[in-house]
Design a binder for this molecule. Structure first.
Ligand code: NAD
Length: 550
């Protein structure tokens, strides 16, 4: 299969821009993907479609889809075309949803083997992945929050230790440098290190720990930011740094620890040896990965005891460690609870837009609009200034920006007007991460330790998805599986295409406002004060009932 590259320019292959946009988004996730030959986009196994037959059938269907039709997709496989109406979503999908009792990792692998499901990640099967940029602001905001909470507001001269330079983890070195830190990223696969250097996310590489630590020390002495990729295994490097008596200021990990068979590479294995063992004895590989994670998390806990700020960055590493003999793994905080929850409680989260024309100037025009029109929004303007300076274009030009209720709609309507007036050279697709206020229940990532104990309640993302359908979004997806695959999470995804039409003004207004409204309401229901303020300030219509009565 030739490399998939998203179409650019003004020529339509479909019957309308909305269909064309979704087709380009599908192509774009593969253009940006880590292993596109296998249809794998990121996170070891997160796929864009069930198989190549399904991929081609989806492409063919999108090319012929009428405005009043809806393509239905089940775990990456197109199932049928339904007659709906022109305000209905063009694409509906459900990926990797397994009934509770059967939602185990073993069953996931079995059903996947049988060709019954794929795991869609958060943004892979929903065609919303925009390269490592998709998590970069989130990672940056975590570092900023740590800087404010622990280091007087600045990470200058501070040493961040992390691991994993894959599809998502690859954002870490750039986010670390943007936050003025010195970041050492341990990665077992040299090709991944080279890829991040090539795209401008990582500065230097070495296979020598002494050299890496010397560079870190020099940068700390000079008080300059630096990113280093160290070829090695985190399960070896973390304990070794600890043994040398060096305590980093911040420690995390973003290897694919959620998957012990296809993701995390155990100590003593090269990626090729792991691939070989996966075929011969997956159970042994799984147990070796679990044992390595236990060692790595053991070191992380010791770093924490010795004063480092340690956090889980959403890869389920603590869950795996606790299952492999580290009972205190959950003494490490998860990033959402530790650093981002006050933002999510206001439905401020990872909103994103993609210039379907392929013209980077469209993103610059939108950047300029944000800098001008959102002067009071410090999170947004600070980020856009940094992103303009640091973030390279990957695939179709795109931008992530943490915006909340009302602001997302204001931006999207302005962009739709710019498409209409010809100020932009083509339509723009809006989406967001599934890790968003109303869109995800994941008790070990997004909803850990919710105030009201509602961590595992997945009604919220399901409501979110249904609401997005009735609010005229162009694509709506429900995903389950997540880190650890079994029943670890449920999430909802949404894409809306700003094609410049007046009708799309209504779509954008309704779908985006309702998407953030349910996010604010979800956190209000759990008792977060920030949400009540947002409800008061922005006139979100909440129904008051007696709280938590059986
Ligand atoms: P990926 O599979 O593309 O990359 C993982 C990388 O880790 C690979 O390059 C692999 O070689 C490396 N690796 C594996 N074992 C290692 C080890 N022992 N030592 C050093 N390197 C090792 O995955 P990704 O897309 O980068 O995602 C990473 C994790 O982050 C996943 O678990 C994913 O679910 C999670 N995630 C978190 C967020 C968030 O918002 N925080 C968002 C997306 C994904």
């Amino acid at each position: 299969m030739d490399r998939i590259v998203a179409a650019r320019g003004a020529e339509l292959r479909c019957k309308g821009w909305r269909q064309e946009a979704l087709l380009r988004m599908l192509e774009n996730v593969l253009e940006n993907g880590e292993n596109p030959k296998e249809l794998t986009v990121y996170a070891a196994l997160a796929k864009a479609a069930r198989n190549w037959g399904s991929y081609h059938a989806i492409v063919e269907t999108l090319r012929n889809l009428e405005e009043n039709e809806t393509l239905v997709i089940q775990s990456g496989k197109p199932i049928g075309i339904m007659r709906t109406h022109k305000f209905a979503p063009l694409v509906l999908m459900a990926n990797c949803n397994i009934v509770g009792k059967w939602a185990t990792s073993d069953n996931f692998y079995k059903y996947q083997e049988q060709g019954l499901i794929i795991w869609g990640g958060l943004t892979a099967a929903a065609w919303q992945y925009i390269g490592s940029q998709g998590v970069i602001q989130g990672t940056y905001e975590i570092f900023q929050s740590i800087a404010r909470m622990h280091f007087g507001g600045d990470l200058t001269g501070k040493f961040i230790l992390t691991a994993g330079l894959g599809g998502m983890g690859g954002a870490q070195p750039l986010a670390g440098v943007m936050a003025n830190g010195i970041i050492l990223c341990v990665e077992v696969n040299e090709a991944r290190i080279d890829k991040r250097i090539e795209v401008g996310y990582l500065q230097k590489k070495t296979a020598n720990l002494d050299e890496a630590l010397a560079w870190v020390k020099e940068a700390a002495d000079d008080r300059r930011s630096l990113s280093v990729g160290l070829l090695g295994n985190a399960a070896d490097v973390y304990p070794e740094i600890l043994r040398r008596g060096i305590v980093p200021d911040v420690v995390t990990d973003q290897t694919s620890a959620h998957d012990l068979v296809y993701g995390y590479i155990p100590s003593g294995y090269s990626p090729e040896e792991a691939a070989d063992m996966r075929k011969r004895d997956p159970r042994k590989l799984q147990d070796d990965a679990g044992a390595s994670i236990a060692r790595e998390v053991g070191a992380m806990l010791e770093f924490q005891r010795q004063g480092a700020v340690v956090f889980d960055n959403g890869n389920n590493i603590r869950t795996q460690a606790s299952q492999y003999g580290v009972p205190d793994a959950f003494e490490i905080v998860v990033f959402t609870e530790g650093f981002l929850r006050p933002l999510f409680a206001k439905a401020i989260g990872p909103f994103r837009w993609v210039a379907l024309s392929g013209n980077p100037r469209d993103i610059e025009t939108i950047d300029d609009y944000i800098l001008e029109e959102f002067k009071d929004n410090e999170i947004a303007t600070n980020w856009i200034r940094l992103a303009k300076q640091y973030v390279p274009v990957e695939g179709l030009p795109a931008r992530i920006g943490w915006f909340g209720h009302g602001d997302r709609t204001k931006l999207a309507l302005a962009v739709n007007e710019m498409v209409r007036s010809g100020k932009l050279s083509g339509p723009v697709a809006f989406s967001r991460d599934h890790l968003d206020a109303g869109a995800m229940a994941h008790p070990n990532i997004m909803t850990e330790n919710m105030k009201d104990g509602s961590d595992a309640i997945s009604d919220w993302p399901l409501l979110n998805a249904m609401l997005s359908c009735s609010s005229m979004a162009d694509l709506v997806a429900i995903h389950s599986g997540g880190g650890g695959y079994s029943g670890y999470m449920t999430s909802a995804g949404i894409t809306i295409v700003a094609d410049g039409s007046a009708e799309t003004d209504i779509r954008l207004q309704t779908a985006l406002d309702n998407d953030t409204s349910i996010g604010v309401l979800r956190y209000a229901d759990a008792g977060y004060e920030e949400s009540f303020e947002e409800i008061r300030d922005k006139g979100i219509r909440r129904i008051e009932t007696e709280q938590k009565q059986r």
